[in-house]
Design a protein around this ligand. Structure first.
Ligand code: ADP
Ligand code: MG
Length: 317
């Protein structure tokens, strides 16, 4: 018996299919990221997992017990499975400590107190315990919101793009911090996002969702090196179509640049990026434009360059 299993769950809204039959098995403490663009069915899937949405078919089971949907259960949702999204709610007139304590009102006082102390420490909020939400940064507020959800010690945390209101530096930092926290607590985590880079900060265990359907599933390395579709391939980098082929592509990092021998091209633009220069080159014969990496920062706009690549790096998509 697997710890958390979703079997053939599907959902339509007004005869419009939002999620095709979806199945998943997870082990306790495992992390998973589900990546997909807006409208791909991510929120629908998480809401069904949390028992907050009625599915058309399929089941969700946690440790052998069914997760009941709002048609089957009077008070929908479970303490064991917490869904955290962007529109978090903090009590504005309560301090950080009080916000974290609220969900624990019905718990034994000693336990509640020590749990709140644990959370303040885990989230690095001890120094902010007496502050009110308006005295916190966006990242800190979001941490308190996540802390509120964690206070009842959920077994599974479902993160539905909870960092969308934060800038990318705050987001990266918060994801790293949350990863440590979730590991320490042994929480099982599913993180849903449209941003592959954010996903990879948490885990390289990925599912790519596209139009309500699993496009591919695997580690980041598997998906990057052996993408099954153009969509999956392009999540990792731009791709360059080989001239005179129907569906063969190569990544910018896999194109070698030389002063002679290969396909002749002209550099039309160069951008300085942290690890390499990104060049735009126009292929001589076909007037196709490619993007290629110049890790030695050797070529400039107007230069001639010869391009080559290994057959093993060619992706048929
Ligand atoms: P995502 O979270 O990936 O953006 P959603 O699960 O929110 O995707 O939506 C998937 C599809 O279902 C979209 O086409 C969306 O418009 C539709 N949808 C979501 N919720 C509802 C709803 N309550 N009523 C009607 N259509 C909905
Ligand atoms: Mg969504």
């Amino acid at each position: 018996m697997s710890y958390f299993s979703i079997t053939n769950v599907s959902k339509s809204y007004d005869a419009q299919l939002a999620l095709q039959p979806f199945s998943l098995e997870m082990k306790q403490g495992e992390f998973l990221a589900i990546v997909g663009e807006s409208g791909s069915g991510k929120s629908t899937l998480l809401r069904i997992m949390a028992g907050l949405e009625v599915q058309d078919s399929g089941t969700v089971m946690l440790e052998g017990n069914p997760i009941l949907n709002p048609n089957q259960k009077i008070v929908s949702g479970y303490d064991e499975i917490k869904l955290i999204h962007q529109n978090f709610h903090l009590y504005p007139n309560s301090t950080v400590e009080e916000n974290l304590s609220r969900p624990l009102l019905h718990y034994e006082r000693e336990y509640a107190k020590s749990r709140v102390e644990d959370l303040l420490r885990l989230l690095g909020l001890t120094d902010y315990r007496d502050r009110f939400p308006h005295q916190l940064s966006g990242g800190q507020k979001q941490k308190v919101a996540i802390g509120k959800a964690l206070s009842v010690e959920p077994e599974i945390v479902l993160l539905d793009e909870p960092f969308s209101s934060l800038d990318s530096i705050q987001t990266q930092q918060l994801i790293s911090e949350m990863k440590t926290t979730f590991r320490e607590m042994g929480t099982t985590v599913i993180f849903v996002t449209h941003d592959l880079d954010d996903a990879l900060r948490l885990t390289d265990n990925l599912i790519i969702l596209q139009k309500g359907k699993v496009a591919q599933k695997g580690t980041s390395r598997q998906l990057c090196e052996k993408p099954k579709t153009k969509y999956v391939a392009q999540l990792f980098s731009p791709i360059n179509k080989l001239p005179d082929t129907k569906n063969c592509y190569v990544r910018p990092a896999d194109v070698k640049l030389r002063t002679k021998g290969g396909v002749l091209a002209h550099v039309t633009d160069s951008r300085f990026l942290v690890h390499y220069n990104s060049l735009q080159v126009q292929l001589k014969e076909s007037s196709i434009t490619w993007e290629v990496d110049d890790p030695q920062r050797k070529y400039e706009q107007g230069d001639r360059v010869y391009l080559s690549w290994k057959d093993t790096k060619v992706m048929s998509l």
